[in-house]
Design a binder for this molecule. Sequence first.
Ligand code: AMP
Length: 280
Amino acid sequence: MAELVTTIGELRRRLDAERAAGRSVAFVPTMGALHAGHLALVERARELADVVVVSIFVNPLQFGPSEDLDRYPRTLDNDLAVLAADDVVFAPSAIEMYPDGESQTRVVAGPVGALFEGTTRPGHFDGMLTVVTKLFGIVQPRVAVFGQKDAQQVFLVGRMIADLNLPLQLDVVPTVRERGGLALSSRNSFLNAEEKRAALVLSSSLDAAAASADQGADAARAAARAVLAAEPLAELDYAELVDPATFLPVVDQHRGAATAIIAARIGGTRLIDNREVTVS
Ligand code: AMP
């Protein structure tokens, strides 16, 4: 059972004492409903520093008005139970994080924030980067651990750390999947059995992109979209190949590494996934 801290003041005092004793801090930001994907991040964090802080905060700023903020799963007791006794969980209330209502100062993601997830979820990445910046300021970690599962998020957090010279390292953990290939996600709990089977189409579309990437980027994109289109329960949002250095779509002549990204709605649940491919 992890230690629970709910106020910024208490966490600061707790971590200042750790740092004064020469212990380093690693940070894993989450929205809770912890699963094995989150736990892989925590394990990595334990390798990287002496003290691991896991934040659990469903940030209202990064949800649009018609999104799933209210029904997002909240399982704090279980989350505390699956972490170790020396992990520190920081689970503030919305009022603790935003005492004056909304934060007036915001971090703006830049052009990539308007693409892909940003098209369907306007303002999402500004809200995410704003709370991540607040959390970095509160926790002051030496290293923060994020999942490759949210590839655009990782890209934008990396850009922000570089652009704003934030004094911490970013560490990225590969996506943890179920045996059939479905990427673990807190939102998978919304899927019924039939939808869960249909959700496998995200990872199989990405695999199809990887298998066709020796015929160029256009063929890879087309292969992903064809596999997705064959699943009646899935509604495609986007399937793209992006350059890992810029997160912009690659041209057909692109050669080398690319990230295949996909988003689709399965029933009422929107899911995302990605994988590395080699275009040749
Ligand atoms: P979330 O709670 O969904 O905001 O995710 C918190 C962190 O866990 C983010 O850095 C995610 O990328 C990461 N994460 C979520 N699902 C997975 C997964 N299946 N494998 C690895 N990391 C994940």
